[in-house]
Design a binder for this molecule. Sequence first.
Ligand code: ADP
Ligand code: MG
Length: 456
Amino acid sequence: MRTDWQSIKERLRAEFGDAAYKSWLAPIELDSVSATRAVISVPTRFMRDWVQRHYLDRISQMLTDGAAAAPAVEIVVRSAIRAPDAAKAANVEAVGTLSAAARARPRPAAPRSHEDISAPLDPRFVFDNFIVGKSNEFAYAAARRVAEAQTVPFNPLFLYGGVGLGKTHLMHAIAWHIRKADPNRRVIYLSAEKFMYQFIRALRFQDTMAFKEQFRSVDVLMIDDVQFISGRETTQEEFFHTFNALVDQNRQVIISADKSPSDLEGMEERLRSRLGWGLVADIHQTDYELRLSILQSKAEKLGSQVPSKVLEFLAHKITSNVRELEGALNRVVAHATLVGRDISLEATQDVLHDLLRAHDRRVTIEEIQKRVAEHFNVRVADMHSARRARAVARPRQVAMYLAKQLTSRSLPEIGRKFGGRDHTTVMHAVRKIEELRATDTSFSEDVELLRRMLET
Ligand code: ADP
Ligand code: MG
């Protein structure tokens, strides 16, 4: 075996080029050499796998001068506990056996128990209470997978989406599930803000080793709202090391943010890219069906009789996020309980007056057409078409009526928007709907519901 590692590295650089050298080869260290065997090390598991796949054969040839028949070079991950500023420890651990063994082996005593640094978990945030729809099914499946897996399925799991869409709920659900299934596993959940706070505290009390120990001895680390440490360089640096250390030891890391890794501004490039190495799952804005299911489930949990018209109304109106949706329902129910009256559409509108107004925008004829078409299950194109069949003519008349009521457009303008119809057609439609409303209460309620949904 050769021991002139530096000259071997120079040869690697010449062969593979500067870029590859800088990324993959420069960080390699020669840890030990004997007559027949050499051990080299890299800082992360990912690098280990990469180097192993792409460069190990060549490195091996060079170290043995092409003499060895069997692979004589082993590549390992440098001990993850080794802090970036700590003295270079000769503490090389065998790879591949870590996850199971690491759990069994006694851990260095943490200065405080992990429950102390973990934020409390909301007992309502469990999988059973999470309603799955199109917008969140992928994130949900990923979360369940991580919670139920015996080994780490992907690392990190990165959940992202706008506020109030269920990121924290899913993280808590994972934590509950794991804690219940295996109370010995150390699960830490905390916000990035709290992480930063703990870190700054540790710096102030010159207690950073204890800080590192705490975090690096966990089995599952969840950091919520990681966008919070955007622009905070030292915290990011520390987070990055903690993150790498855990991933290298095959511990599960779960991160949430309001944006995808690549869109996280103010994050160091290497951290951003590292965050995206595992599974990235986004939670989209809710759709009407999901909002309605959530409301139905929450109403049931509240043990209160909420008419389905009210639930539908809320699902149509409060589209921003689930948190607001829940808040609106709670208010409506609380109000009804307080005044001892049944929940009605009118009461709901009254109670949520301010909230609804904030959500209101100027309604357009296009929106009216779209909503009405949806409601009556016809195509939007039928709003403009010449078809006279009752099934499409009636919805078209409702839409014209609502356009007259809710916008300031004149009859000819409205006519033009409905496939170039004459203003007398619009006038006729308005009269027809008024007549029907006067005689058919259920039809009238339908139109009223539509009106309330659209109303400015
Ligand atoms: P985020 O962390 O993404 O801002 P949260 O997880 O705090 O959002 O969710 C906000 C509220 O909405 C919580 O009360 C949560 O229980 C609820 N929620 C969000 N998504 C769902 C869902 N799919 N099913 C049931 N409740 C949900
Ligand atoms: Mg949250």
